[in-house]
Design a protein around this ligand. Structure first.
Ligand code: PHE
Length: 343
């Protein structure tokens, strides 16, 4: 066979070459590109051919070799991208179900309360968890050194820019200040969020918990408006229509009250929950002190308003019969999964 014929045959073979597995690619590579392969022997023979043939086939042979090399590498990468057992692939098989997460009990309670107030025109406001003294205390009528500051044992955080420490907010009333500073009445907001107090951790209390604060300011808002709003809330949230307001004290409201809901004394649990009184303590509330309105840039001659604030953990514990507040923060998946049905 002449050299020209051999080259012609090689071209034909390469055009027809097919492989089905990675092993066949390797066989092909060894056959053509290996150290004893077809190209090696053709290049060897090439030295012997006439100069006329050299001119004709030299370039061709080099081209063929590099084309073969890239063919081999294309095949190789093609095989490594595809699963080799492609025959097992069943595109009609149903997908794998991913287990759905559950909503956290605190999120459930928070969402419900937001929905209840949304329905009567309150929107949600948020603020930072690390606050300055002004927003957490001073603007709310807690003067410096005032004993009322001891009502809430505070975590302080060093402030690199000032002598005065920051605090981890002890209540969401700090958001009330921010909203009043930045908005004109009428104001109707609720502020859900995490708060922090330096308290011993036990089954009943924790140093982290959640509150929802409400604030309503407009011309001519009265104590009666507050009572009616809270009655509406008690009905929607607890399904109970009897509430009572007991006198209380907060530096930023005057008068201040504690709101209780009549829960009833039908079962032993009711006795335990209400300490035998039938009344459940629900939240603090009151008319915003005019001094607070003025500190926050709202004309107290023209406007008045009320505020209220409640913790979420207690409600969540009652609703879902959670015996220990620490379970709410531990994020144990076995506990969290239980709330799936509530979704
Ligand atoms: N901020 C108060 C607390 O943390 C609750 C409250 C809010 C009371 C608004 C009155 C008005 O205890």
């Amino acid at each position: 066979m002449s050299f020209a014929e051999k080259v012609g045959e090689l071209i034909e073979e390469l055009e027809e070459a097919r492989v089905e597995t990675l092993e066949e690619v390797e066989e092909f590579r060894i056959k053509y590109l290996g150290s004893k392969g077809v190209f090696k022997s053709l290049f060897h023979e090439f030295k012997e051919v006439s100069s006329e043939e050299k001119r004709e086939f030299g370039k061709k042979l080099n081209e063929l070799k590099s084309k073969t090399e890239s063919l081999v590498s294309d095949w190789k990468s093609g095989f490594s991208e595809q699963p080799q057992e492609s025959s097992n692939l069943d595109l009609t098989r149903p997908g794998m179900l991913r287990e759905l997460g559950a909503e956290h009990p605190i999120s459930i309670i928070k969402r419900e309360i937001i929905d209840i107030f949304h329905a009567i025109g309150f929107s949600v406001a948020e603020g930072p968890e690390i606050e300055d003294d002004w927003h957490n205390f001073s603007a709310l009528n807690f003067p410096p050194e005032h004993p009322a500051r001891d009502m809430q044992d505070t975590f302080f955080v060093a402030n690199p820019n000032s002598e005065e420490d920051y605090v981890l907010r002890t209540h969401t009333s700090s958001v009330q200040v921010r909203v009043m500073e930045n908005n004109e009445p009428p104001i109707r907001v609720i502020a859900p969020g995490r708060v922090f107090r330096n308290e011993d951790i036990s089954a009943r209390s924790h140093c982290i918990f959640h509150q929802i604060e409400g604030l309503y300011i407009d011309e001519g808002v009265s104590f009666a408006d507050m009572k009616q709003t809270l009655e509406y809330f008690a009905k929607e949230f607890f399904g109970k229509s009897e509430i009572r307001l007991r006198p209380s004290y907060f530096p930023f409201t005057e008068p201040s009250a504690e709101m209780d809901v009549y829960w009833g004394l039908e079962s032993e649990v009711d006795y335990r929950m209400t300490k035998g009184t039938g009344w459940l303590e629900v939240m603090g509330c009151g008319m915003v002190d005019p001094a607070v309105l003025d500190s926050c840039g709202i004309d107290s001659e023209k406007y008045s308003g009320f505020a209220f604030g409640m913790g979420l953990e207690r409600s969540a514990m009652k609703r879902f019969r959670i015996p220990d507040i620490r379970m709410i923060f531990e994020n144990d998946a076995r506990f969290l999964k239980k709330f799936k049905s509530a979704l």
